[in-house]
Design a protein around this ligand. Structure first.
Ligand code: PGA
Length: 250
């Protein structure tokens, strides 16, 4: 049986103090979730990772990105050893906003994923098509390419530390949800592609849906056979809706 995972992606929101106040309120939510077998976490900005990690207990704390080199002349970047020193062992890779604004390619994602997995970190790899690609019926072609390139040259054992998040770009922050059927269809497709690449470990792979998920619709997505969790932006910012999403899954 695969666990469920609710991961909040805070993007460029919350100051350190705001992040810390949120973290301090998470203990009962984490407890409630873990007794129901649900993993919960948030991905704050780099600046707030330490504050969230040290003011919460049992909450997964993920970085929103990292560099693939350990150190060097890469202004503005943060490396894996820097994250590890803070006790951070989850990282989101390839979010569509980074693909769109920061030239994050599938190849670059693969370099980061290889390095993270070699460091025993857990990767949440984001895939998903743009509105234009969706309208042109290219969803599966795009998602397959992102998976085959982004996850290439790994071994099946390493796949145990990979989570894939399917996030149609047209549904992120727009309030335009993909239907439960689309979410299931593409998440099942993700599992199949991973199966063709790495075999039976694909049955253990957590596949998340993301894009305008909120307390009112999360249970519907999670009731789908191949949707194991959600990557949530806007609705993860307030402790009340974060808690309401956990409750909706119990
Ligand atoms: P949203 O963002 O929930 O605000 O649509 C999701 C994401 O970008 O991960």
């Amino acid at each position: 049986m695969r666990k469920k995972l609710l991961l909040g992606n805070w993007k460029m929101n919350k100051t350190v103090l705001e992040a810390k106040s949120f973290a301090k309120l998470t203990a009962p939510i984490v407890k409630m979730a873990s007794s129901a077998g649900i993993l919960v976490g948030v991905a704050p900005t780099y600046l707030s990772l330490d504050a969230v990690k040290s003011n919460s207990s049992g909450l997964i704390v993920a970085a929103q990105n990292c560099h693939y080199e350990d150190h060097g002349a890469f202004t503005g970047e943060v490396s894996i050893p820097m994250l590890k020193e803070l006790g951070i062992d989850w990282v989101i890779i390839g979010h569509s906003e980074r693909r769109q604004y920061d030239n994050e390619t599938d190849e670059k994602c693969n370099k980061k994923i290889q390095k993270l997995l070699a460091n025993n970190m857990t990767v949440v790899y984001c895939v998903g098509e743009t509105l234009k690609e969706f309208e042109e019926g290219l969803t599966k072609e795009v998602v397959e390419r992102q998976l085959r390139v982004g996850l290439k040259d790994l071994n099946s054992e390493q796949l145990r530390n990979v989570v894939v998040a399917y996030e149609p770009v047209w549904s992120i922050g727009t309030g335009k949800n993909a239907s439960e059927e689309i979410a299931e269809d593409v998440c099942a497709f993700v599992r199949n592609i991973v199966k063709s690449m790495y075999g039976a470990v694909s049955e253990e792979l957590l596949v998340l849906y993301g894009g305008s998920v909120k307390p009112e619709n999360i249970a519907g997505y999670l009731s789908q056979a191949d949707v194991d969790g959600a990557l949530v932006g806007g609705a993860s910012l307030k402790i009340e809706s974060f808690e309401a999403m956990v409750k909706a899954l119990i």
